[in-house]
Design a protein around this ligand. Structure first.
Ligand code: ADP
Length: 348
């Protein structure tokens, strides 16, 4: 086996993009992952024909000159995503003339996750700080200016309760999310009567929004529909969606259940619950982002209504855990439809 053949055998078995550059600065060999990452097979070409970024080029040149191990970062762009690869440049021998081995490691996900975590912590801190600052202000006023004014005291206590409830809701929602995350890979096991859960969620909504003009109208299907699921979690899904219809969807919702024998995405029988409101609708560019944590179309309005910005994120997690999907469609000026698509167990 000659030297190049030996290199090719070694790097073709590596589970990440890898290539070897000889002292002539030509690519001696590259594996399939490297061809995919760098766009084409550059074997035999000068290495700058396939690696065109200044940082990585400088690192390779330097290692070819002094046989010291180096690291660099290679940035790539796919159709809809940016990638970052950590690039290791290792001399083949302690002798610079022998050439270098280049190995790439995709670190985009790790960096994306780190960024998501940082954003999340910043969001939570911001959301908690607002009511906390208000509470501190009220406490100070109660201890000073309003100390001997019973009317002012009552009104401040009212506002303090309001802020404390807001913090409580936020903490509850965060706990729900973290619990759901830990259950991500375990499918729920109970048997749930879908109409019963929707009916209960509607009843609870009518109690909470007694002043709302219209409320939830539910056309229950003739036959009973049973699902594999966790009743409390499904109740939370419908409560959150009904509550949103009350808050943002014009104060009323029509709930319809359909039972397709086969739903393409779920590859089997499904129960689809459409929650249709006649609110102002949602602009198309917001729709894919609504289930992100803390994403709100109008943050001020959401906060005013007692929203935490986590309701739809919770809905998406619960529906996902049940093997289902959440679909959102909307026509501006006409209203929105939130559809919960759940798999129907064949044996019920
Ligand atoms: P919250 O209601 O606590 O702000 P959600 O995650 O439940 O958080 O909803 C996120 C955002 O989606 C809301 O702030 C609102 O802007 C928008 N939204 C949700 N439901 C509807 C609806 N039925 N019609 C219009 N906008 C809605």
């Amino acid at each position: 086996m000659d030297r190049i053949e030996a290199f090719t055998t070694v790097i073709s078995s590596m589970p990440m993009p890898a290539l070897i550059i000889g002292r002539s600065r030509r690519v001696l060999s590259m594996n399939a992952d490297a061809c995919a990452l760098l766009g084409h097979d550059g074997t035999g070409l000068h290495f700058t024909a396939i690696i065109r970024q200044p940082g990585p080029i400088a690192a390779i040149e330097a290692t070819l000159a002094d046989a010291e191990h180096r690291r660099s970062v290679y940035a790539a762009r796919d159709v809809d995503r940016d990638f970052r690869h950590e690039m290791e440049v290792t001399p083949l021998r302690k002798d610079a003339a022998a050439g270098v081995l280049i190995v790439f490691q995709d670190v985009s996900d790790a960096e994306g996750l780190g960024q998501m975590r940082r954003d999340f912590v910043a969001n939570v801190s911001h959301e908690l700080r607002t009511p906390l600052t208000a509470l501190l202000g009220f406490i100070e006023t109660l201890g000073g200016a309003a100390a001997n004014d019973p009317a002012a005291r009552a009104s401040f206590l009212d506002m303090m309760q309001h802020e404390a409830e807001r913090m409580n809701r936020l903490v509850q929602d965060l706990l729900s999310l973290s619990q759901l995350e830990s259950q991500k890979y375990s499918r729920p096991e109970g048997k749930v009567d879908l109409s019963e859960v929707i009916g209960e969620a509607a009843r609870l909504m009518h109690n909470a929004f007694a002043t709302m003009k219209d409320g939830v109208h539910f056309d229950a299907p003739q036959e009973s529909v049973f699902l594999n699921g966790n009743r409390d979690q499904l109740l939370q899904v419908f409560r959150n969606l009904f509550e949103n219809a009350m808050k943002y969807g014009g104060g009323s919702a029509q709930v319809r259940v359909s039972l397709p024998a086969r739903e393409a995405i779920l590859r089997g029988p499904a129960a689809i619950v459409d929650i249709i409101d006649r609110g102002p609708g949602i602009e198309a560019h917001h729709i894919p982002r609504l289930t992100e944590r803390f994403y709100r179309i109008d943050a001020h309005r959401s906060r005013e209504q007692g929203g935490t910005g986590l309701g739809l994120a919770i809905v998406k997690h619960i529906v996902g855990r049940h093997g289902g999907r959440l679909r959102i469609s909307s026509v501006l000026g006409e209203g929105s439809t939130f559809s919960v698509v759940l798999p129907r167990a064949k044996n019920f």
